[in-house]
Design a protein around this ligand. Structure first.
Ligand code: A3P
Length: 321
């Protein structure tokens, strides 16, 4: 085995060194792989994941760009799948959604292409997450018809959310860090940003959902906010766990929505105090959860610039901000 691992490592190193590279807003070297940008470590995780993942038909993969509603979607999916089992010791009460649904390339495959997943059973069926675009995920799935749920969000709100997240993680006061937002904005618009360009990501899943609507569900954060029950029922049906009439009549949908609401999750002890495996404080995943908050931080010029980029990139699709 160690001989194979060594060979994999060699291949990874020579592949990465052959890729185009650039620098992002905070000076990190990024590499372009399958049309998107990653730092060295993340890319090693992606290559390990593509090489070593053994998908099962029942696997469910949650995908998103960071800060697009991942935490909410993870919580909702866990709550839907576990709804018959736990009434008092629900997994969401004892762990953060990111602990329950690990990111494949960042946690499970970051060091190795052969992680031990035999004890991986925080849910049944297996529930994983990723941030890679659809074409990169497809390589790892190797034609296995897993269910993929993608959530995306107005990218201006996602950008501002990321800025707050970075500031919270590095304990920087937000009003002192206007220049950080400006450099993140430039990286974002140039497309040279971690897991970006965002348009590649969004369009890849949009196309995927059109080509295979049975296995790829394309959700929007804003729609979840506007009509949460309808969207959660849609998610439940897609996952093959639709609500029965009795469940609907007994308020099961509302219970799940309450359990997974921002206010409820952020006030749970585990989310007030805990940290992820990567050392991020759970509380940093919960902020305002509002639609359009970016208006309060981006200048009209910045908004106009992003709007123009998106209009151009999304031309020919029916996607709108
Ligand atoms: P804001 O920073 O705009 O408030 P991700 O989960 O992908 O990291 O995205 C984080 C964003 O989702 C943050 O947005 C956060 O407040 C919001 N969020 C987290 N949990 C949520 C929930 N249960 N319901 C709605 N929004 C949530």
């Amino acid at each position: 085995i160690s001989k194979y691992l060594q060979r994999d490592e060699q291949e990874t190193i020579s592949l990465i060194s052959s890729l185009p590279s650039d620098i992002d807003f905070n000076g990190t070297k990024l590499f372009k792989y399958q049309s998107c940008w990653y730092d060295n470590k993340t890319l090693q995780g992606i290559l390990n994941f593509q090489r070593g993942f053994k998908p099962q038909e029942t696997d469910i993969i949650i995908s998103s760009l960071p800060k697009s509603g991942t935490t909410w979607l993870k919580a909702l999916t866990v709550a839907l799948l576990e709804r018959s089992k736990h009434s008092t010791n629900h997994p969401l009460l004892s762990d953060n959604p990111h602990g329950l649904v690990p990111v494949l390339e960042l946690r499970l495959y970051i060091e190795t292409s052969k992680p031990d997943l035999t004890n991986f059973s925080s849910t049944n069926p297996r529930l994983f997450a990723t941030h890679v675009p659809f074409h990169t995920l497809q390589e790892a799935l190797k034609s296995t018809p897993c269910k993929v749920v993608y959530v995306w969000r107005n990218v201006k709100d996602a950008l501002v959310s990321l800025w707050f997240f970075e500031c919270a993680n590095h304990k920087i006061k937000i009003d002192e860090e206007r220049s950080l937002l400006e450099s993140m904005f430039d990286s974002f618009c140039r497309g040279v940003s971690y897991y970006g360009p965002f348009w590649e990501q969004v369009l890849s899943y949009w196309r995927g959902s059109l080509e295979d609507s049975k296995n790829v569900l394309f959700l929007r954060y804003e729609e979840l906010k506007i009509e949460p029950s309808a969207q959660v029922k849609r998610l439940a049906e897609f996952l093959g766990v639709p609500f029965s009439v009795e469940e609907e009549e007994s308020g099961c949908v509302e219970k799940i929505l309450y359990l997974c609401s921002l206010d409820n999750l952020k006030n749970l002890e585990v989310n007030k105090t805990g940290k992820t495996a990567r050392g991020v404080e759970h509380k940093n995943f919960f902020r305002k959860g509002e639609v359009g908050d970016s208006k309060n931080y981006l200048t009209p010029e910045m908004e106009k610039k992003i709007d123009m980029i998106i209009e151009e990139r999304f031309r020919g699709s029916d996607l709108k901000l």
